[in-house]
Design a protein around this ligand. Sequence first.
Ligand code: VG1
Ligand code: CO
Length: 582
Amino acid sequence: LTVSTVSTHPIDGQKPGTSGLRKKTKVFMENNYLNNFVQSTFDALPAKDLIGGTLVVSGDGRYFNKEAIQIIIKMAVASGVDRIWVGQNGLLSTPAISAVIREREGGAVAFGAFILTASHNPGGIHEDFGIKYNCENGGPAPEKVTDEIYHNTKAITSYKIAHDFPHVDVTRVGATAVKSDDGSRTVVVEVFDAAEDHVDLLKTIFDFKAIKSLISREDFSFVYDCMSGVQGPYARRVFIEELGAPESSLINAVPLEDFGGHHADPNLTYATELTHIMGVDAKGMPIHGQSHKVPSFGAACDGDADRNMILGSRFFVTPSDSLAVIAANANVIPFFRKKGGLRGVARSMPTSGAVDLVAKKLGISLFEVPTGWKFFGNLMDSKEVYGKEDYTPFICGEESFGTGSNHIREKDGMWAVLSWLSILAAKNTPGQPLVGVEDIVVNHWKTYGRNYYCRYDYEGVDKVAAEKMMAAMASAKKAGETLNGFTVKFNDEFTYHDPVDGSISRNQGIRFIFTDGSRIIFRLSGTGVAGATIRMYIEKYEPATGNLAQSAAEALRPLIDAGLALSALQSYTGRSEPTVIT
Ligand code: VG1
Ligand code: CO
């Protein structure tokens, strides 16, 4: 175990974004790019964690995953880590890594994890790679840690590596122990079944028996699209082995290094194989007259399996509605019931206010946080906010197809799917006609009203132009102005005051709030790798007594036009159409 110190130079642009550092794969493969970031992360951690500690390293299986794992193992050994945990084949989904940190060997064993993923970004040598550090609570490193990492990347002069540490065969479950020459230290790399910790945890949360009887109904069928990402092995374990579903219910369930050349992104633009099967078009509207039988339930996940899209037969559920429906029905899930019911919900700022209405009705706390899962973690871990332990039943979500709870500290695609199946199981009685996803959502709207919602993404726009557009909006005073019948109540830049640690996060998106409660939000993405991505989020509330049956496109058209006018997006960017609509 000889430790070499290799000299290096700071590399520009290693600032972690919304969810880790993402760049072109080739960038990661060259010039110590990965090594610099890994060393900068180790240098941001307390020595007492590293020395003799346990670290998790795995990823979503994209191109360069396997090589990166070997490099990180050698670097971890050089920095004093004595145990390294790796999922079989180097695979662990983002939620599974969170579960491994929190649950494996009783929990509180690993001090952190490197997750090798660029999530839903395409994979392959010409596409994207990413790395993210998660802390001992199982959640993404908070801003104070990522700021420190970034600071270190700007000053780094060398990194440490144990070049002679043997290559670890990650295809086989088992432990490799390596003793130092002087016998003072033994390093163990343990390769384990990637699904066991997460699936064991899910079994304590959900009533698998109830879901199994739903799945066995003759009039019920479902399709889960794993989009050739890391979810395949988990889906197989849960749906085929535990729940007895037919093989045909899983598609694209073998992880591929390039996700089959697709965007492993569960939305109406990219998950088209599934939307076609489910009879839903690119706008989320029903397609009639297809020759195949449309299943009752459909779902998809992204490359690292933390996102989810939920569909009924010819019916699309917006992620914001999905969050609200799960929160409203949380009591059908044993995890929540056992702990005295849901006590809090949270959403990211651009996510629709549908869940706010549920929180109000249930009389529970609601938190509005900036985009990115790391902000939810503080709330879930806090005893101060509730005066309770961190297992306080809590549900959170984002409009970007992310939903989860305090069972882990990441969003969890499988959790969302099992939540929906639990709700369906609870709403159905054997022998009675099937109550489907659409029935549940429409009934929800009839109780709470409907938050019409959509997001426009303008990808790969000129960065300078995008920043100019945002700056102009940030300084504009629009209160009192009326556009297309909508009067601006106020506009501002969202600033988050974390109620737990008092930290302040500024510039978290530009908001236009209208007198009728409608909202238009603008943000620049923090996960892209080239140019800038502008996101425009549009929301309009329709009360339960109003017109609940419009298409989102139709209901939101005047507000979308107002947003385009307020931002002058076309004149800044030259774009007349978004790249993606969700
Ligand atoms: C996007 C989403 C955000 C999500 C993040 C990571 O960030 O908008 O809601 O948390 O991706 O998701 P941004 O900054 O590009 O808008 V994932 O599935 O990449 O871990
Ligand atoms: Co993801």
